[in-house]
Ligand binder design. Sequence first.
Ligand code: SF4
Length: 315
Amino acid sequence: MLYYKFSDYLKKRYSAKVYKLPVNLPVTCPNRDGAISTCGCIFCGEEGAGFENLSPSMTVSEQLRINAEYIKAKYKPEKFIIYFQNFSNTYLPLEDFKNYITEACVEVEDLVAIYISTRPDCIYEEQLDFLNYVKNTYKIDILLELGLQTVNYKTLKFLNRGHTLAEFINAVVLINKYGMESCAHYIVDLPNDDIEDVIEGAKIISALRVNQVKCHSLYILKNTILGDMYEKQLIKPVELEEYIERIISFLEYLNPEIVVQRLIGRAPEERTLFCNWGISWWKIRDIIEDKMIKENRYQGKYFNYLNGVKNIGSK
Ligand code: SF4
């Protein structure tokens, strides 16, 4: 196994063809509404992290119905994951959060999981109590997707994330305590990071027993602070070869039991100043996989650093 692909995980876990149903809630983000900052992360566009969702002015049920009809006609799925994707989906009053989640669970038959994307500093115990109730009542998996992006706290500051590594650690510890799952979003080619930061990221994610990762390349959107820096030549994206080396090294240090949702990011071309070196994401994925096969590199190759010194020397 080169790496633990999300498609393999879905087959193993649910023995069925599973598809995600995206939902867009009318939420914002504390890093945009002034609670932490009004600027947002330097790479974040007006739409938050999602590009493919329906309008948040539609009800949760309406969005789910429309998306389910479309996906059923196109892919013939057997089961569904509801995916709250955009902005910080736990950054809203608890009662509203409960109502949205309940509405979603009631709407979708053949539901196997709910994935909720949010910031690490927007997780608290009362929400997790409720999600635990949902998990047990509907017999589904609950996974919290957390934007981490890097473990280098200086780079986190440069990105204006508004949180440090500590908030991420705290969120994962809480999620683990409640028996739920987590996924870390990670940008492998941040200009201020080097390959050592990326390897440390894989090690920290593994040590914390995060369940899944979603890796991104750094795409530069128009009308963002990062876009402005790019146009003024204050930052320079890393070369594709460097990205490939970083992502493979990341995988080599990652616990082989961690599911890899993505190896590379995607963004609509018309909204970007720079995205994936002008190459389709799947071609880059193929280049990464070919290189891994050729050089005998695989996820977990150097996962020998936990559980004490007895493993030292096995590299
Ligand atoms: S935390 Fe997410 S939604 Fe908020 S500013 Fe950053 S990227 Fe945008």
